[in-house]
Design a protein. Structure first.
Length: 423
């Protein structure tokens, strides 16, 4: 494993496609964080997991622990297993297709390919079951299930193709290879599709799309040729403006689902004790797995409201009225040398300011690591005990308002209640 250096020790990112880990793997991660790290796990904005506070020489031991737990199936391909997917797919009866089987197939194809190790660790694959929750994550290759579930649309840059669901993972692999071809042909060092000279427009002419449409003709759509996410599919399972995150609490089972318990993780960081509580619930009351979400939460498939007490007692969020799901922050001090403030402490102190309004994200410097997509309140430390507060998003930029900490609550509350234009 290649460890990254931070002020609080080395850190390791463990990629978990679609955020899915078994209860046994969850226990193994808890043991690794306890034995080798700082006793906590961090959830990233791509639904992966991080261990922090690691010793500089423990990479080999960590790799052996992860390999034994089945979390490192292809070390040469580990960096490219960046896959996100609708976390409630197959659980709540919404969406047009359960994409979890497609995630597993895509992961196997990526790990078997001789070309995918050339992708950067930032290249992102997303599978949306039709509810539209993945669209805000700006993936490089997207699979979107269409109404009826008889076909899926695979998109990379300006190129897209409709194929049968069973052909979707292969189409996503071919799309990634088309990106590599385009990056090589242009002589660029692009890591993402949007970094290509034409921001991906050149991919529309790639031969791969002719191959896809000729070898796997898509069946007709039962509800029109260009239907995307059905508004009814999004339903109440989206957490406030600008976010498609599952709301904390019980997720009712749909006609073909098993239901779930959705748990929020304040600022995306949870102790190994809290993590083990979720693994215990998954093993005893759920389907035996956890799904970590890109919104720094955890879904426990098969669990219900009767299991919400233990996570709440461990400091996790199961109340849908909690203000925590609308608040995020980078690592900040003391873990990051570039941070100009302890943003997590300041975010916690201002938790109630503007609760229920726009999402707010606290950053220790102008890099804004891990900031959300969509429309959000941008709070950036300036290094003089002050923060710049602004509203970001397409068509919604509001100039920064610099405030000292004693004045920050009013500025936050005002920014989070701004009504932004919608497209």
């Amino acid at each position: 494993m290649r460890l990254h250096t931070a002020d609080d020790g080395a850190l390791a990112r463990v990629r978990v496609p679609a955020g899915v880990v078994s209860a046994a793997q969850a226990y193994a991660l808890a043991d690794a964080a306890e034995r080798l790290g700082d006793g906590a796990l961090d959830i990233t904005s791509r639904g992966n997991l991080q261990l922090r506070g690691l010793g500089p020489g423990c990479g080999g031991e960590l790799a052996r622990l992860l390999d034994a737990a089945g979390l490192l199936p292809a070390p040469r391909h580990e960096r490219v297993r960046n896959i996100v997917a609708s976390p409630l797919s197959g659980l709540d009866g919404r969406g047009h297709l359960d994409v979890q089987p497609l995630v597993r197939e895509l992961d196997a194809l990526l790990c078997a390919s001789g070309r995918t190790p050339d992708l950067s660790g930032r290249f992102l694959f997303a599978l949306d079951d039709g509810r539209g929750d993945m669209t805000e994550l700006a993936a490089d290759v997207m699979l979107l299930a269409e109404p009826g579930g008889a076909r899926v649309r695979v998109t990379v840059g300006a190129a897209s193709a409709r194929v049968r669901p069973e052909d979707g993972p292969r189409a996503m692999l071919l799309a990634a290879e088309a990106f590599l071809d385009a990056a090589s042909a242009t002589g660029t060092k692009a890591w993402r599709v949007r970094e290509l000279p034409a921001q991906g427009a050149e991919l529309a002419g790639a031969p791969v799309w002719r191959e896809l449409t000729s070898s796997a003709p898509a069946p007709p759509s039962p509800q029109g040729p260009d239907s995307a996410a059905d508004p009814e599919s999004a339903g109440p399972e989206s957490a406030g403006p600008g976010s498609a995150a599952p709301v904390p609490g019980a997720v009712p089972a749909g006609p073909h689902g098993v239901g779930a318990l959705s748990v929020g993780v304040p600022l995306g960081r949870l102790s190994v004790a809290a993590w083990r509580v979720l693994a215990d619930i998954a093993r005893a009351h759920g389907t035996g797995e956890l799904r970590v979400t890109p919104w720094r939460g955890v879904v426990v498939p098969g669990a219900g409201p009767g299991q919400s007490g233990a996570p709440a007692a461990a400091g996790l969020v199961t109340d849908p009225a909690s203000p925590w799901p609308g608040v995020g922050a980078c690592t900040g001090r003391p873990g990051c040398a570039k941070s100009l403030a302890d943003v997590r402490a300041d975010a916690t102190a201002h938790l109630a300011a503007g609760a229920g309004g726009l999402p707010v994200y606290w950053s220790g410097c102008e890099r804004r690591c891990g900031h959300p997509r969509g429309t959000w309140v941008d709070v950036v430390a300036t290094g003089d005990g002050r923060y710049d507060v602004a509203v970001r998003g397409a068509g919604a930029d509001v100039p920064p308002d610099r405030r000292a900490l004693p004045e920050l609550a009013d500025a936050l509350a005002a920014a989070r209640t701004i009504t932004t234009p919608t497209k």
